[in-house]
Every structure is written in structure tokens, then in C-alpha cells.
Design a protein around this ligand. Sequence first.
Ligand SMILES: [Zn+2]
Ligand SMILES: [Zn+2]
Length: 98
Amino acid sequence: MAFQDRTLTCRDCGAEFVFTSGEQEFYAQKGFEHEPTRCPQCRRARKRDRSSSSGDRTMFDAVCSQCGAATQVPFSPRPDKPVYCQDCYRAVAGRRAR
Ligand SMILES: [Zn+2]
Ligand SMILES: [Zn+2]
């Protein structure tokens, strides 16, 4: 069965994009039943969003070793490691960079 280029409309930005015969073949080989609903740009943007905000990152409650403020850190706080709130972290990291 031969595939033919098809023009689809992106559901995010409304732009038209070409679902090429090569892509259709790829989709068919992978067993994807749905055609793409977004243009390549929006697909890439969404992928970037997902990896940067990595949705289910667990945050742990911690107390800043510097100023004693309650804060949250993306790792389990350990008693032998200092934990900083965002402000102090920035100050500490800034000092280290210089
Ligand atoms: Zn789009
Ligand atoms: Zn602090």
C-alpha cells in the first residue's frame, strides 16, 4: 500500500504541516494508530516542556542551614550536608563562582 503526503492542521497553533509518506510509513511500522496532531515545532516544544519541568519531581521539606528558613529541595536532605533555601543557595553558589 502506497502512502501519500497529507496536509494536517496542528491542534496547538493551527498551522498546516505535511505528514509525509515516509512518516506515515514510519508510523505504520511502529503500529501507531493515530496520525500526528501537532506540527513538528509544537511537538518539539512539548517535548522540551516535559523534560524541563519533569512533572513528578518529588520535593523534600528542609530547613536552610544558613538562615533557618523552611524550604524545599529536590533531593532527600541529609544531616551531614548543608541545605540552603533558594536565596542562600544563590548567595553560596554566586560566591563559589567568583
Ligand atoms: Zn503547531
Ligand atoms: Zn537561607
